[in-house]
Ligand binder design. Structure first.
Ligand code: COS
Length: 383
């Protein structure tokens, strides 16, 4: 067993940390304030080779592993969770299912420009009436010759709007629920495919979250991803990996807030001495750092399992739950360490606290994750 990062992983961590500090951190507060998505940041990630980290070079990727990917997400989220989620949805939710289940043509047509950072990817599963109950979707795809006609809508779609490629799930056989779901690759600009409401959010405000509307969108058969009726499994398997990206995001947010709180504790004087001299503050910092370390071990372990081709669904559900709860606890405590200043936007920990909240909700609420974890544990004894 080796808990040290090797040279390659250390290098990418350092590269992304420098990039995040120099290019992303300075504008993060302003982008949050303006709720402004900045394509230029994604373009810069592309120029550093970050937009296709785990995909092979033959598909325009960097040919690295999932540990390199989570290190990248963590470092981005440390300074700006919105920048991290844009890359995480692009890679884990849109790139992954195309890489795993796409035909060679689909990979060359869609995965390559996504990995090269020319196109952004998005994933459309959730609907107004089906969040946790993903199989309860209403969007339909009716076969007509060598096309499918999609009707319905999706909500809360990260990257929707800027994205050029959308992995979307629809019912080809509504009578079969989960077994009647099929996955499709949609392109921006297909007739009948439009962007609806832009959500105004509590956090991750410089990433987009929109509604997708399908008004009889004619999707060619060659854009079906996987077999008919296999879409629910694709959706679930995609989320298995995506959750570890969320864990990395949560870990990065927690680290960013902890580092700011520690620096502030040493600097801020009350009662004639730095507040870091107070045990009340020391206990907080110790708990923050300990939880972050535990979240990091779970997150890196799940990424390592996926990279080795070992089962990782349970590990990523655990990392997602633990890291996101940690992010919420650590950012809340960081605001407390800052006292009144923590409540003021200028000090950024309040943004981190707002950004942390969604990590307990998206890609499966932590309640659903606990159900999934428990179901796996019980199946081991029930057989
Ligand atoms: N990997 C592979 N297959 C999976 C799977 C996984 N992780 N999870 C479920 N499946 C398969 C099951 O094996 C089952 O296959 P069969 O029909 O061949 O038996 C099928 O999918 C249906 O599974 P299940 O009966 O468990 O479906 P449920 O409707 O009970 O849903 C939960 C299960 C709640 C776990 C699922 O709906 C879920 O994950 N919900 C959260 C969705 C979510 O995260 N949404 C947020 C998206 S934000 S981007």
């Amino acid at each position: 067993m080796d808990f040290l990062l090797d040279k390659e992983h250390e290098q990418i961590r350092q590269l992304v940390r420098d990039f995040a500090d120099k290019e992303i951190a300075p504008g993060a507060a302003e982008r949050d304030e303006k709720e402004a998505f900045d394509r230029g940041i994604f373009d810069k990630m592309a120029s550093l080779g970050l937009t296709g980290i785990p995909w092979p070079e033959q598909y325009g990727g960097a040919g690295m592993d999932y540990l390199a990917y989570v290190l990248t997400i963590e470092e981005l989220a440390r300074v700006d969770a919105s920048a991290a989620v844009v890359l995480s949805a692009h890679t884990s939710l849109a790139g992954w299912p195309i890489y795993k289940f796409g035909t060679e043509e689909q990979k060359q047509k869609y995965l390559r420009p996504m990995a090269e950072g020319k196109w952004i990817g998005a994933y459309g599963l959730t609907e107004p009436g089906s969040g946790s109950d993903a199989a309860g979707m209403r969007t339909t795809a009716v076969k007509d010759g060598n096309e499918y006609v999609l009707s319905g809508s999706k909500v809360f779609i990260t990257n929707g709007g800027p994205a050029e490629v959308y992995v979307v799930f629809a019912l080809t056989d509504p009578s079969k629920r989960a077994r009647g779901v099929t996955a499709f690759i949609l392109e921006k600009g297909m007739p009948g495919f439009s962007i609806g409401k832009h959500e105004k959010k509590m956090g991750i405000r410089s990433s987009t979250t929109v509604e997708l509307i399908f008004d009889n969108v004619r999707v060619p058969e060659e854009n079906r991803l996987g077999e008919e009726g296999f879409g629910f499994k694709i959706a679930m398997m995609t989320l298995d990996g995506g959750r570890n990206g969320i864990a990395a995001q949560a870990l990065g947010i927690a680290r960013g807030a902890y580092e700011k709180a520690r620096a502030y504790a040493v600097e801020r004087k009350q009662f004639g001495a730095p507040i870091a001299d107070l045990q009340a503050i020391q206990f907080k910092l110790a708990d923050m750092a300990t939880k972050i370390e535990a979240a990091r071990l779970l997150t890196y372990q799940a990424a390592w399992l996926e990279s080795k081709g070992l089962p990782y669904g349970q590990a990523s559900a655990m990392s997602k739950v633990f890291a996101s709860d940690t992010a919420m606890q650590v950012t809340t405590e960081a605001v407390q360490v800052f006292g009144g200043y923590g409540f003021i936007r200028e000090y950024e920990v309040e943004r981190m606290m707002r950004d942390a909240k969604i990590t307990q909700i998206y890609e499966g609420t932590n309640e659903i994750q606990r159900l999934v974890i428990a179901r796996n544990l019980l199946n081991e004894v029930r057989g």
